[in-house]
Design a protein around this ligand. Structure first.
Ligand code: G3I
Length: 316
């Protein structure tokens, strides 16, 4: 069975790169992906530098292509992302505090209004913590302090009350400093009725680093206990660029164990990979010598990781 057809509780997603309909191999790309998933995220084209590269001039052309494709193919769209320190133009970063806050509000208002009724889930704030659990030393934090985070959520709820509002970050899978910090922030938000519906676990993994799957499951549970929905938003598992068969088996084990724990946790609403083919992946550009992190190889053949995901989705 195709990944999306194995169970119905959890949406199964991937990101699509910009220009996904006009690549030299778009037909292979789309014929592989289309039947497997029912959720899609824009890899880059809904980020601030793409949607509002100069102040109050909005460009939704690429994002609209993705949304139209999704509607035609019965996919849900996951919006990524409204407020982030990365891929945000210099004009935002250099504003005074009051002007920056207004620009943030205007961005949230205009982007969410444009996609009203079309994007039911948004990553409102992305990656607000350092790995040590301190608030990330970003231009947002330096200019506005930590209140920019709750203010973004309050604004997003007002912009479209029907949208699921997500806090999304990486390296949250362990119960260490960073996930403790995200947990404490969201617990505080819940206690003060700051509107947040879900936590996004990006899950950019590498087989070089071991993972305690029971700790992961406990971590999911404590976020679920806050009343949050859980979204696996950007999963990939890095191996070496030219992986051995043994590495691919190890990788498959990561997918299997993670997805089994997700299927055992009712708060998990979506499992999404950050690309499905090793041909198009951010990993080799960022981690030289690492790659092959996804479900299909560069020739669109399913890998052991694909079959592991298939099995794990059927596991409960
Ligand atoms: O568009 C320009 C192009 O004009 C230029 O010629 C080219 C030269 O470098 O760069 C192009 O921009 C690149 C952009 O992707 C679009 O392809 C940037 O350099 C490159 O840095 C950027 O990388 C993206 C990365 O986010 C940047 O933060 C990756 O594609 C994207 O997969 C990655 O995704 C992030 C999530 O949004 C958040 N979580 C982590 C995840 C992985 O880093």
């Amino acid at each position: 069975k195709r990944l999306k057809d194995i169970q119905s509780r959890v949406l199964i997603g991937t990101e699509f790169p910009s220009g996904f309909t006009t690549m030299s191999d778009s037909s292979a790309f789309l014929s592989t992906a289309t039947p497997e998933f029912n959720l899609v995220t824009a890899e880059n084209c809904m980020k601030w530098d793409a949607t509002e590269s100069s102040q109050n001039n909005f460009n939704f052309a690429e994002g609209d292509k993705l949304v139209n494709w999704a509607q035609t193919n019965n996919y849900t769209v996951h919006g990524h992302t409204l407020v982030w320190h990365n891929q945000t133009p210099g004009w935002v970063q250099n504003l005074s505090a009051s002007a920056m806050q207004s620009a943030m509000y205007n961005h949230i208002d205009k982007v969410m209004a444009h996609y009203k009724g079309k994007i039911p889930i948004w990553d409102v704030v992305n990656e607000a913590f350092e790995d040590d659990g301190n608030y990330r030393n970003s231009f947002w934090y330096r200019t506005l302090g930590k209140s920019y985070i709750e203010n973004a959520f309050i604004r997003a709820r007002a912009a479209d009350p029907s949208v699921k509002l997500i806090y999304n970050d990486y390296n949250l899978e362990y119960t260490g400093n960073k996930s403790n910090a995200a947990y404490n922030m969201l617990k505080d938000f819940k206690s003060r009725n700051i509107p947040v519906d879900g936590i996004g676990f990006q899950m950019h993994l590498d087989i070089q680093y071991s993972i305690d799957y029971n700790d992961f499951a406990r971590n999911l549970q404590r976020f679920a206990d806050l009343g949050l929905e859980i979204y696996i938003t950007e999963m990939d598992v890095r191996v070496s660029s030219n992986p051995t068969a043994a590495e691919l088996q190890t990788q498959a084990g990561y997918y299997k164990n993670i997805i089994e724990k997700c299927m055992a946790q009712p708060a998990v609403k979506a499992i999404q990979v950050w690309g499905f083919t090793d041909k198009y992946s951010w990993v080799p550009n960022t981690f030289p010598g690492r790659g092959a992190a996804l479900l299909f190889d560069s020739n669109y053949n399913p890998k052991p990781s694909y079959y592991a995901m298939q099995a794990a989705l059927g596991s409960s």
